[in-house]
Design a protein around this ligand. Structure first.
Ligand SMILES: Cc1ncc(C[n+]2csc(CCOP(=O)(O)OP(=O)(O)O)c2C)c(N)n1
Length: 389
């Protein structure tokens, strides 16, 4: 780049205006004047809408189930369904998704079933992860959804590396990587973005800026212009979108995927949204934010906004909506009851199938565990006493 010389010390403190936000859909379901809408047919629009509604129903029911003691922990996507669905829907099934933990809408969009969700959440034998992970740590090789891992931001350099490897292998696929604005404070964020930029990796990073990292508001996390400004700093094409606007998110993500694949380059999307629920079932947001603030965001509900748009197009009605909600609620509750009766994984799964032969120290720990269960079977009703081996 040719240097741009100045001859008087001038410090740069940022841009005069914040980075622009792509906004197409209004809260009443109308569109902005001059809005360049994405190509979106009825079938695809309805698939996206249904997936958002399903995720909302699943989240609400699973939070209640956690309160009833039927599962130990849950993380909801409530309020951020459009950020996730709008991006996931713009990608192809062969594109790997690497999520943080709040992206179940992407999994449901790809066809992860209620039974698969609950096998994982309740740690049943049929869980694809064999019940070894905490709830919400989903993964599916079949759906190209990398297993969630709790340490924040680890998926970011991994996504850059995955995309790099796919490029070297000549695969026409793009990696989709999600993270929150809080995770963007980790070193891995910087390493991952820089690596993706320098090595020209076809990866689309989606930062769900939902205003909070658990109890820490964005204003106390960073001083710059959100996360989008950092993408520009790393030489990455970047766009900021209204994350509660499914049409804007989908438009940005469709174009981002095209850029990433055509030019072999990373792209960053920052979706501006709000975590309407608690951080997890272990959190109580009333300790760090006001009801008023939450209510203001509730008025911008991404699902409601899309529903109104679909209705103005004549593609959906209130009666359709009622029917859909009822059928999802029934499906989720019936599946929960069914999965609760399914068997737990055999105890031996704890140490098998990781190493070819379980190493001696694990075998010893396992023998101690079996003795312990045999001695106190009443403490391990779900392990079925010592009968699992
Ligand atoms: C390395 C690491 N540090 C801390 C945590 C604890 N932790 C879990 S979630 C979270 C906040 C993340 O916020 P953000 O990335 O904005 O995502 P959000 O939960 O808002 O979707 C923290 C600090 C962790 N999981 N990993």
């Amino acid at each position: 780049m040719t240097p741009n010389l100045i001859h008087r010390a001038q410090f740069i403190s940022g841009h005069e205006l914040p980075i622009a936000t792509l906004s197409l859909l209004n809260a009443d379901g109308g569109t902005q004047p001059g809005a360049q809408l994405p190509e979106l047919g009825q079938q695809q629009a309805l698939k996206m809408y249904r997936s958002m509604v399903y995720t909302r129903v699943l989240d609400e029911r699973m939070i209640s189930a956690q309160r009833q003691g039927r599962l130990s922990f849950y993380v909801s996507c409530i309020g951020e369904e459009a950020s996730v669905t709008g991006t996931a829907a713009a990608f192809a099934p062969e594109d790997m998704i690497m999520g943080q933990y709040r992206e179940q809408a992407a999994l449901s969009y790809r066809g992860f079933s209620s039974e698969q969700f609950m096998d994982q959440l309740l740690g049943r034998a049929a869980d694809l992860g064999k019940g070894r992970q905490m709830p919400v740590h989903y993964g599916s090789a079949e759906l190209n959804f990398m297993t969630i891992s709790s340490p924040l931001a680890t998926q970011i350099p991994q996504a850059a590396g995955y995309a790099y490897a796919q490029k070297l292998a000549g695969k026409a696929a793009c990696t989709l990587c999600y993270f929150g604005e809080g995770a963007a404070s980790e070193g891995d964020f910087h390493a991952g973005l820089n690596m993706a930029a320098v090595l020209n990796c076809p990866v689309v990073f989606v930062c769900r800026n939902n205003g909070y990292a658990i109890s820490t508001p964005a204003a106390e996390q960073f001083k710059g212009d959100g996360i989008a400004a950092r993408g520009v700093g790393y030489g990455i094409k970047t766009i900021r979108v209204d994350g509660n606007d499914l049409l804007a998110v989908y438009a940005a993500a469709t174009q981002a995927r095209k850029l990433a694949l055509q030019n072999n380059e990373p792209v960053l999307i920052e979706t501006m949204s709000y975590r309407l629920g608690a951080h997890s079932t272990s959190d109580d947001p009333s300790g760090y934010r006001s009801r008023d603030e939450e209510d203001k965001w509730r008025e911008k509900d991404p699902i409601e906004r899309m529903r109104l748009w679909l209705q103005t197009k004549g593609w959906w009605s209130e009666a359709d909506d009622k029917k859909l909600l009822e059928s999802y609620r029934r499906e989720v509750l019936e599946t929960l009851k069914r999965v609760e009766k399914k068997p737990m994984p055999p105890l031996g799964d704890l140490i098998e199938d990781v190493y070819r032969h379980p190493p001696a120290h694990l075998q010893q720990q396992f023998a101690e565990l079996q003795q312990h269960i045999a001695k106190y079977p009443e403490h391990y009703p779900i392990a079925g006493g010592a009968k699992h081996g």
